[in-house]
Ligand binder design. Structure first.
Ligand code: TYM
Length: 334
């Protein structure tokens, strides 16, 4: 790893869940001790889906609270809300002129989200990955810690950065590397191990929210789908058992333990015991985060002051870089 910046973000769409925590935020907490990090609340992305446009302000603050409650330290990292730094939209336009439509046509997330109604999908949903590339490149970031579902968007971001650099014959943008680490880079639904745990799943029983109470957590984990086979004692015995695999991965990620050891500890025991222990482990962590989130959200003015400071710092970097980018493109200036 070089000295480059780390950038990542979460959409303020409500229902922050264990996948967001284990796939992204948990890994950021470690990274901030090693690198300069910028963590964004990407509200411009959230408005690409109409249902998300309603409680933007509250949801943005909730994400900020989740960052802090999970251990992101505003003295070490920049935390801010995307729409307050105009460089994101400005660079997204510039980069869209370096993005062939064919590249966007390959994006599976657009296909999933637009569904059968592609003709009626908003343009913003289609060009979403270009805005994501702009988020990262605006700060000339080198590393992007995310869950596995963002891999394709990051590959596109790298292609766009290379395309810009090639066109202007310079190395202005670093080519950012994804950081996809941990045992739970893709946390699956508790009801269907072949589907990603997601904010938009209509069933609340499919996910563990960061704001769930101890009771809710317990019910969800104890009811999580498994199968009638015994607890696996090796990787081979997990094959074709996506729900079991998911719960074990969550266990490993929450306890930072290796899979072989967890399999050894529980082999021969029944799932009830494993699930009881998993409840305990998840609850220990999540109850602390949710209590802290609640406290931060009730503390008047505190989150605003952190975000205000973050906006100023992010804007300083963004303005400098946008100036450079405009010089490279040779836009008219007085
Ligand atoms: P979003 O808001 O959907 O998710 C935020 C982060 O959580 C990860 N994640 C998961 N990880 C593991 N298992 C899951 N089930 C799961 N669900 C979500 C995501 O991978 C992500 O890291 N496009 C991004 C937001 C974004 C962004 C950026 C990220 C906009 N600009 C620039 C990095 C850099 C998104 O929709 O994340």
């Amino acid at each position: 790893m070089n000295n480059g910046l780390v950038f990542s973000g979460v959409q303020p769409t409500g229902n922050l869940h264990l996948g967001n925590y284990l796939g992204a935020i948990k890994n950021w907490v470690d990274l901030q001790n090693k690198k300069k990090c910028i963590f964004c609340i990407v509200d411009l992305h959230a408005i690409t889906v109409s249902e998300n446009r309603k409680k933007l302000k509250e949801n943005s603050k909730e994400v900020a609270a989740a960052y802090l409650a999970s251990g992101i330290d505003p003295k070490k990292s920049i935390i801010f809300v995307q729409s307050n730094v105009t460089g994101h939209s400005e660079l997204a336009w510039i980069l869209s002129c370096h993005t062939p439509i064919g590249w966007l046509n390959r994006m599976t997330q657009f296909k999933d989200k637009a569904g059968k109604n592609k003709e009626k999908a908003p343009l913003g949903l289609y060009s979403y990955p270009v805005l994501m590339a702009a988020d990262i490149l605006l700060y000339k970031s080198s590393y992007v810690p995310v869950g596995e579902d963002q891999k394709q968007h990051l590959e596109l971001c790298r292609d766009i950065a290379q395309s810009f650099n090639r066109y202007y014959e310079n190395e202005f943008f670093p080519i950012p590397e994804p950081i996809i680490t941990g045992s739970a880079t893709r946390v699956m639904s508790l009801k269907d191990g072949t589907k990603k745990m997601s904010k938009s799943d209509p069933s609340d029983y499919s996910r563990i929210n960061l704001t769930d109470s101890t009771d809710e957590l317990r019910k969800k984990i104890l009811k999580a789908k498994t199968d009638s086979l015994p607890f696996p004692d090796s990787d081979q015995n997990i094959e074709n058992r996506p729900e079991v695999n998911n719960l074990i991965n969550i266990f490993c990620a929450m306890t930072d333990s290796r899979k072989e050891l967890v399999l050894k500890d529980y082999s021969g025991k029944d799932f009830k015991k494993f699930k009881e222990d998993l409840c305990e482990i998840v609850n220990q962590k999540i109850s602390v985060i949710s209590a802290e989130m609640k406290k931060l959200l009730e503390e008047k003015g505190y989150l605003d002051s952190i975000l205000n400071d973050g906006i100023k710092k992010a804007n300083e970097i963004a303005l400098d870089n946008i100036k450079e980018i405009k010089k490279i493109i040779s836009f008219y200036r007085i």
